[in-house]
Design a protein. Sequence first.
Length: 94
Amino acid sequence: MLISYIKSHKKIPRDILTRWVSVTMDNAGVDVSRFKTHSTRAASTSKANMNSVNLEEILSTAGCSSVRTFAFFYNKTILEQSQFFDGVLNGNID
């Protein structure tokens, strides 16, 4: 459960949290038309794998029990973003 830091400190409604996660995934370069908020583990581990993060670290961080589990359930194809998008987000503009 997430609680707002704004006065009244009520729990954050599901639709707002869903929008926040979706916007964050989109800003990170995840194809939100393919990956929905319930698939953040698959999206994040796939992106890490695409960026050559050590597989053992991915498995450990995501709580995957085996390489086979990761390959079957979590290792999804990540589409490359445009050069413009990469340049704006990562400061790689020449």
